[in-house]
Design a protein around this ligand. Structure first.
Ligand code: FAD
Length: 471
């Protein structure tokens, strides 16, 4: 095994969690290396592919931290760890401003609260993946440049495989690089490898019986190496059965023009979703991320459709920047139409009587204000339920777009990795999509991927710098 030089801080992964941490630690005088598994100059990662919208639970980062924390707790049904929520909400604006000093620029969209900090230039309103030269990519490149100017190293083609423990303390990492195993000694290590969405075995264990029937709506780099390495040295992990993702046209399984957008979330949350039997199978009122999780858990995740009427198609169907109406069909996606529910059922191949009953029951309970009596129940809150009465009626076949896993390594408010008994693993930190404890809860609430990565990356670096002396 080859020995590298020693560092104060070694970071696994060159996404936002990793590069924010590396820059902050270098700024505080620490010697830093980032190990990045990919070899490309513009190596793929979710951070580079992101839309660049910085928010906490769709709220404005200028809001008081207490309000942001309350929003994160509400959206996760109280499932988020309060200490992590408080650290996130209390540091978000500071980190977003720090990023400006690093060279980031933001644009904002009108007075829409959660769209006040969008990394510039924003991505264009197109359905396909388009990231090059957009805000998330440009800012990531800038962070790499800043790290080099601070004397830090970003080592491409270095895939971390194992943590080195000495006297109960994490003392470095072993990585595969250029056909060799390299040992990187460090006073502290940060795991920021971006989650396990691209590891079919782990997705099958925790999320879906049929990972091959999910669309990976992401870079294919999050293979769960960090989770595996952390668990191997006794770290705790949690919330592994939840993921952040959306409902996409089923055609996205084979057509790159149909992902990462448009999402069918708004239509599903305002109308109904059915399975192959023509029956509802989940509470649409929790929204698209919850529904994507519910579909993934089905024996056949490619068996569901969103069913709605023309009022929904003209309303929620047009509600977002890249809405299904009209881009879904113009990009080649399937939309079934018919003048009656029965005729629609025939077109999509589900039992007509069952679909007619599902729609009639839903309309009746909506009219009488008793949606909660439906089985499965239907909540009314964040999303407004619409009746299905205005022809034509529509059905869109769905697939799940899996963006990143919400669960992961358990950390504290300084991003220190914890054991199941709550004790700290000295010298080991984790941040970003590698970690659990924020997103999720029963409603599968989304707290915000970029802000989570950036804040906990910064907090890890600051704690490392306070807990160790510079070499
Ligand atoms: C299409 C899309 C749009 C999005 N839009 C938004 C948005 O607008 N707002 C928002 O808040 N979030 C958004 N997200 C989510 C956001 O991108 C992620 O939550 C965030 O970037 C995660 O950052 P990270 O640093 O934890 O992980 P990543 O960005 O995934 O970085 C992890 C890095 O670790 C590397 N790596 C993995 N394993 C190893 C290993 N063993 N050794 C070395 N390196 C390794 C990977 O190659 C990768 O470069 C979006 C995601 C996608 C895919």
């Amino acid at each position: 095994m080859e020995q590298s030089r020693s560092y104060d801080f070694v970071v696994i992964g060159g996404g936002y969690a990793g590069l924010v941490a590396a820059n902050r630690a270098a700024q505080l005088g620490r010697s830093v290396a980032v190990l990045e598994r990919s070899e490309e100059v513009l190596y793929p990662c979710n951070s580079r592919f992101a839309g660049g919208v910085l928010h906490i639970s769709y709220e404005n980062l200028n809001d008081p931290p207490a309000d942001l924390a309350a929003a994160a707790l509400a959206i996760t049904g109280g499932g988020a760890d309060r200490a992590l929520v408080s650290a996130l909400a209390g540091n978000a604006l500071r980190v977003v401003r720090w990023l400006v000093d690093e060279g980031a620029k933001y644009v904002r969209v009108g007075d829409i609260g959660w769209r006040q900090f969008i990394l510039a230039p924003p991505r264009p309103p197109v359905t396909r993946m388009e990231w090059e030269g957009r805000g998330a990519d440009v800012t990531l490149r800038r962070l790499e440049q800043n790290l080099a100017e601070r004397g830090g190293e970003l080592l491409r083609g270095a895939r971390a495989m194992r943590l080195r423990m000495e006297d109960g303390r994490c003392a470095g990492v072993e990585a595969e690089r250029g056909g060799q195993t390299m040992a990187y000694r460090a006073k502290a290590v940060l795991i920021a490898d971006g989650g396990f969405q691209a590891n079919a075995e782990l997705v099958r264990r925790y999320i879906s019986p049929a990972p091959e029937k999910l669309k990976l709506r992401c870079a294919l780099t999050g293979a769960g190496d960090g989770l595996r390495m952390a668990q191997a040295i006794g770290a705790a992990a949690g919330g592994l059965d939840a993921f952040y993702g959306h409902l996409l046209s089923r055609d996205a399984m084979h057509d790159d023009a149909l992902w990462p957008y448009p999402m069918l979330d708004e239509l599903a949350a305002s109308s109904i979703m059915i399975d192959a039997s023509g029956r509802r199978f989940a509470d649409e009122g929790h929204g698209g991320i919850y529904l994507a999780n519910a579909v993934a858990r089905l024996a056949d995740p490619l068996s569901t459709l969103v069913v709605f009427d023309d009022a929904a198609w003209q309303g929620p169907g047009r509600a977002t920047t890249i809405s299904p109406n009209p881009v879904l069909e113009s990009a080649g996606g399937t939309v079934h139409r018919a003048d009656s529910i029965g005729a629609l059922a025939v077109k999509i191949g589900v039992p007509a009587q069952a679909l007619e009953r599902s729609v009639a029951q839903y309309n009746e309970k909506l009219d009488t204000g008793k949606l909660a009596e439906l089985d499965p129940t239907r909540t009314q809150g964040r999303y407004h339920a619409l009746s299905l009465r205005v022809p034509p009626f529509y059905a869109v076949p769905v697939c799940v777009g899996l963006t990143y896993t919400m669960g992961g390594i358990t950390i504290d408010a300084h991003a220190r990795v914890l054991r199941p008994d709550g004790s700290v693993v000295p010298g080991l930190y984790a941040a970003g999509s590698a970690t659990g404890g924020l997103d999720g809860g029963a409603p599968r609430g989304y707290v915000g991927g970029l802000i989570k990565a950036m804040v906990f990356g910064a907090l890890a670096a600051e704690h490392v710098s306070s807990a160790t002396t510079a070499t």
